[in-house]
Design a protein around this ligand. Sequence first.
Ligand code: LR7
Ligand code: MN
Length: 607
Amino acid sequence: MVYFPVRKCYHVAKICLLLLLVVSLLALFEHYRGGKRATKAELSDPIEAEYERQILEDEARIIPGLGEGGVAAHLLGEDKRLGEESEKKLAINVHLSERIAYNRTLKDHRNPACKRVVYDAELPSASVVIIFHNEPYSVVVRTIWSVVNSARRDQPWYQHANFVDRDTGRTMTLGYPGQDPNSPLVYLKEIILVDDNSTLPELKGKLSHYIRTRLPPDLIRILRLPDRVGLTRARLAGARYAAGDVLVFLDAHCEAQRDWLRPLLGRIKHAPHAVVVPIIDVVGASDFYYSVQDPAVFQVGGFTFMGHFTWIDVPEREKKRRGSDISPTWSPTMAGGLFAINRAYYWELGAYDEQMAGWGGENLEISFRIWQCGGTLETVPCSRVGHVFRSFHPYGLPAHSDTHGINTARMAEVWMDEYAELFYLHRPDLRKNPKIGDVTHRRVLREKLHCKSFQWYLDNVYPDKFVPVAHVHGYGRFSNPGSGLCLDTLQREAGSPLGVYPCHARLHATQYLALSLAGQLRTEEDCAELQYAREEDVNEVGRRVLMVNCHGKQRGQKWKYLPSGQLQHEESQLCLAAGREAGDDARARPCGPAPDQRWRIDYSRDN
Ligand code: LR7
Ligand code: MN
C-alpha cells in the first residue's frame, strides 16, 4: 500500500503534463497565427490601444475592390479634391492610397513564358531591405504586404480574387496568395525596414503596432536611425543588419508582382557575381494604376555624362546574346532602388561609398563598379516590381547641399578616369571642389579589386553609348563667325527647336554639340531633325530644327559639314542658318552664300 499514493501522484502528474502540453500548443498556435488583433496586455497600454483604434479606423475606410488587380482607382467629389491636394503636396495621391486595400491583388503582367520556368527547389534566402524617410504610411504598408504575399505563392492557402480587367473589360479570376499570417514564407528570411529618421508620427509607434499585430511574426524588423543619413547610408545600415544569403533592396513605394523573388534568387544562385534587377513597372502616382504596355518589352539602364540614369532599349546585340526574351539581360546601369545581390559579394565589392549623403549618385557608382570590377548587372525579365514614380521629392534634403552633384563627382573621380571631364563640363563648379571630400579609400578599393578602366566599360559593356568626344567629326561650340552666335539647346526640353545664343567664352553644356561619324548633329541624347515642312516656311523663314530622340535611322537626321563651312541636311539639301539674335531658333534654308550659313566647330577633323 505504500506505493498507492505514488501511483496516484503519477496519474496527477501525467494529467498535469498533458494539460500543460495542450495549453502550450494552444499558445504556440496563437503565436504562429500572428493574432489578427492586439493582445490584451497590449491593449491595456493606452498608447497601444490608441494605435489599435486608429488602425481599425483606417481599415474601416478602405473601399473593397478599389484598385483591385492593379486597375486605376478614382475617388469622387470631396475625396477627389482631397486626393489631388495630397498629391500636390506629397507627389503621391496619399488620400487615395489610404482607401485602397493594403494587400490589393495585382494582375499577372509577366511574360507568359515565365510560367513555364522551373526553378530550383533550393534557393538562397533573401533579406529584403526597405528604406524610408517620411514616406506615406499606407504606401509603406502596401509595399510590405506585397513582399509578404508574393513570397507565399503556390501554397495550399492560395486563394482567388475577381477583378475587372481595364484592358478587356472582362471579369478575371486571379490566383493570389491569401492573407493568412500563418502561411509559411518561401525564401523570404526577413524584411528589414530602415527608418531614415522620419518625423511623421504614424511611421513610428503606429507602424510598429501594425506590423506586430497584423503581419507574420518574427519576419519584420525596423531599424530606427537616430540621424537622417540619406539613402545610401540607410541601405548600408540595413545591409549590416541582414542575415539572408541575398540582399534585396526596395524603395518604400513598391508593389512586387507574384513570384518576383525566385527569378532573382535563382539567377544569383547560378551566377553569384550577377547583380540583378527586376523589370520596374510604373504604378501611377495619382491613380495607382499598375501599367504594363507589353509584357515582353522592357528597357535597361543607361546614363548621361551629366550623371543621370536613363532608360534605353535593349540593344540588338544583347537581344541575340541572351538567347530568349526571358533570359537575364545585361544592363549597363541600374536605376538604383530595386536590386538583388549576393550578400557576401556585396561586401566584397565594396558595398557603397558611405560618404554619399542624401539622394543620388549611388546608382551609377555601384553600376560602374559592378561591371568594372568583374561582375555583371542584369535585368531578370520574369521578376517584376511596380514603383510609384514621383514628379518631385516630397522630403527635404540636407540644406543647401546638392547631394546628387557631389555624390556623382565622387563617383566620377573614382570610376570614370578621363571621362570625368565630360561630367565636369556640365558641372564646372564641382571640379576640384573641396565639398566632394576625400575618395582615396574608394580608389584603394578599385586597386585592390583590380578593376578595369572606364574605357573598357564603354567598349565592352556599353559600346552603343554615344561618347561626344570619340565618335565624331567634330565637337564643341558650333559658332557663326559673322554674328558671334552659337548653336544652343537653350535648355529647352527634348522635342524643342534648336536655337542660337551668343557664344560663351568657354565650352558650356548647352552649346556642346557634336557632328557624329554617322552624320548626326547632336547632343548626348538628342539629334537635330528638320521639322515637318509647311509650304511657306521652306523658302521664306526656313524650317525649324527639332532636337529629338536619335532614332539611328539615317533619313531626316543626317547632316554633312561641307568644306565651305556649311551644315547641310542630307535629305532636304537645306543648310543650317543662324538666327539674328539670342534666343532665336536656328533655321534650315536653301544653301547659299549668306554669312549666317557658315559654321566653325571648336574641335574638328575638317577645320
Ligand atoms: O534621405 C533619404 N532617406 C531615405 O531613406 C532620402 C530617401 N530615402 C528613401 C526614400 O524614402 C525611398 O524609399 O530612399 C528611397 C529612394 O528615394 P526616392 O524614391 O525618392 O528615389 P527615386 O525613386 O526618385 O530615385 C531613384 O534614384 C535614387 C538615386 O539616389 C535611388 O537609387 C532610388 O532608389 C531610385 N529609385 C529606383 O531605382 C526606382 C526606379 C526609379 C527609376 C528610374
Ligand atoms: Mn522611389
